[in-house]
Write a protein that binds this ligand. Structure first.
Ligand SMILES: *[C@@H]1O[C@H](CO)[C@@H](O)[C@H](O)[C@H]1NC(C)=O
Ligand SMILES: *[C@@H]1O[C@H](CO)[C@@H](O)[C@H](O)[C@H]1NC(C)=O
Ligand SMILES: *[C@@H]1O[C@H](CO)[C@@H](O)[C@H](O)[C@H]1NC(C)=O
Ligand SMILES: *[C@@H]1O[C@H](CO)[C@@H](O)[C@H](O)[C@H]1NC(C)=O
Ligand SMILES: *[C@@H]1O[C@H](CO)[C@@H](O)[C@H](O)[C@H]1NC(C)=O
Ligand SMILES: *[C@@H]1O[C@H](CO)[C@@H](O)[C@H](O)[C@H]1NC(C)=O
Length: 400
């Protein structure tokens, strides 16, 4: 870790630079500056708590208690910082390219490797993953021969480029390799991937590592990446090389590099930073409908021909939730599983595809005396006045 004094000096220096910039340019403050101001505020609250911590270290219990508080406070502060960055990343465009460089070297161990992958999963909870929105690449790196592109939706496109396949299949299939820590190679791999990315998309690289790199200085590769328009975030866990990770990260390094003393601390940080509930988001049909079969795994032993979704339903992926769902056709409601797509009840209609077992998702016709004759009823046009009633504009009038 950087000594707190050095850290404070750097912070104060950078903060004053920023103040000068802001005051020089107070009239035309861009979003970017507002963004950095919020980061400064958060960073300064980190300073405040550092001071309080050193003030009270008289007995062991108190300091233990403090360590615990500090631990929580640090996780909270760092995660607030990361959250601001994430918000900024997805603020004005849906189009984001995210590259994760995950340390799979020998010192990490397979259990902690899972915790790194958990970070990836949690971070993605803030993004809609599909070809027209966020595209993701996951590279694991160990020694020179162990740079593996496990997922790459950025430089290649595949029929399974969606969040459901990523979370339910690909992430679980990523292997822990062990070996050295060839950070430079990982950064160069990110560069090769992003070179083929969408030119107008925002680009971010997340480097997660627990050790000192070997196999050459990674800084020049990081510079190439930054020049290509990528924002680099680094996460050093346990013995991460502070200076190196600070330099690899985008400027200002202290808000783009995060240091955690242990994987436990890293997990606490990840839990806080991420996990915001995205709105339900849209569902897109998937190319391989078999993927939905995991929705009824417990009754799927029946045979290979078994189709979990109803014959009329479509297997789709929630691009925000990452869950598969069988979606009934327009005008029907139900779970979408075999035999459970029902037409909207008489007097209601549905104009979009809906998933769920609630008749409430079908919309009532404008007049209580409207009925629907056509099945499925897919628009308000299908609402007709019941017999004995005549149309008066949008209303049904009784013939008495
Ligand atoms: C210190 O904390 C332990 C439990 O965490 C407690 O049992 C002990 O009595 C405390 N000692 C003092 C001096 O407060
Ligand atoms: C995102 O944009 C909205 C308005 O478009 C703004 O209010 C908000 O502060 C921005 N958030 C960040 C993190 O820049
Ligand atoms: C992981 O290892 C298993 C067994 O060795 C192999 O079948 C699988 O293809 C590997 N996964 C990847 C993504 O390389
Ligand atoms: C198994 O399937 C039944 C419906 O056939 C469902 O009610 C039940 O919740 C399922 N169990 C699990 C563990 O998915
Ligand atoms: C599912 O559909 C098949 C054929 O359409 C049918 O034979 C079977 O009984 C259905 N199963 C359920 C649980 O509805
Ligand atoms: C809805 O109800 C009306 C009157 O009760 C009936 O004439 C009509 O056929 C019903 N629609 C359907 C789709 O059953």
């Amino acid at each position: 870790m950087i000594g707190p004094i050095v850290m404070i000096r750097v912070l104060i220096l950078l903060f004053s630079c920023l103040l000068i910039i802001v005051s020089l340019d107070a009239i035309t403050r861009s979003d970017e500056q507002l963004h950095f101001e919020r980061i400064e505020e958060t960073a300064l609250s980190l300073l405040g708590f550092e001071d309080k911590r050193s003030a009270n270290q008289h007995n062991l219990n108190a300091s233990l208690l403090n360590v615990d508080r500090t631990f929580k406070k640090k996780a909270a502060t760092l995660s607030r910082l990361l959250k601001i960055h994430i918000d900024y990343l997805r603020n004005d465009t849906d189009q984001v390219e995210l590259v994760f460089l995950v340390d799979a070297s020998g010192s990490v161990g397979s259990k902690n490797f899972q915790s790194e992958l958990n970070f990836v999963k949690n971070l993605l909870s803030d993004f809609s993953v599909e070809p027209s929105a966020t595209r993701v690449a996951i590279v694991t790196f160990g020694g020179k021969r162990n740079i593996k592109r496990n997922v790459d939706q950025i430089s290649r496109t595949g029929e399974n480029d969606n969040k459901c396949y990523l979370l339910n299949r690909q992430l679980n299939n990523i292997n822990y390799t062990g070996g050295g820590t060839y950070t430079r190679g990982a950064l160069l791999e990110a560069l090769r991937i992003l070179e083929k990315g969408r030119s107008d998309a925002k680009k971010a690289v997340f480097l997660i590592t627990d050790g000192f790199s070997n196999g050459g200085d990674p800084r020049p590769a990081a510079t190439l990446l930054k020049d290509a328009g990528a924002t680099i975030f680094t996460f050093g866990i346990r013995t991460g090389n502070v200076d190196e990770l600070h330099d690899i990260a985008s400027f200002p390094g202290y808000t783009h590099s995060y240091f955690l003393n242990s994987f436990t601390e890293f997990e606490a940080f990840v839990r806080r930073a991420l996990h915001r509930d995205l709105k339900t988001g849209k569902y897109v049909p998937v190319a391989v409908p078999d993927n939905c079969n995991l929705l009824c795994r417990n009754i799927s032993e029946v045979g290979n021909e078994w189709n979990c979704c109803d014959n009329f339903a479509t297997c789709a992926c929630g691009t925000a939730t990452g869950h598969y769902a069988c979606i009934c056709p327009t005008g029907y409601f139900g779970s979408g599983l075999n035999g459970s797509c029902h037409p909207c009840p008489n007097g209601t209609y549905a104009s979009g595809e809906i998933s769920g077992d609630f008749t409430s998702m079908c919309i009532s016709c404008p007049d209580v005396n409207h009925v629907t004759v056509k099945v499925p009823a897919t628009s308000v046009e299908h609402c007709v006045c019941a017999s004995g009633f005549t149309i008066d504009r949008n209303k049904c009038e009784g013939n008495f």
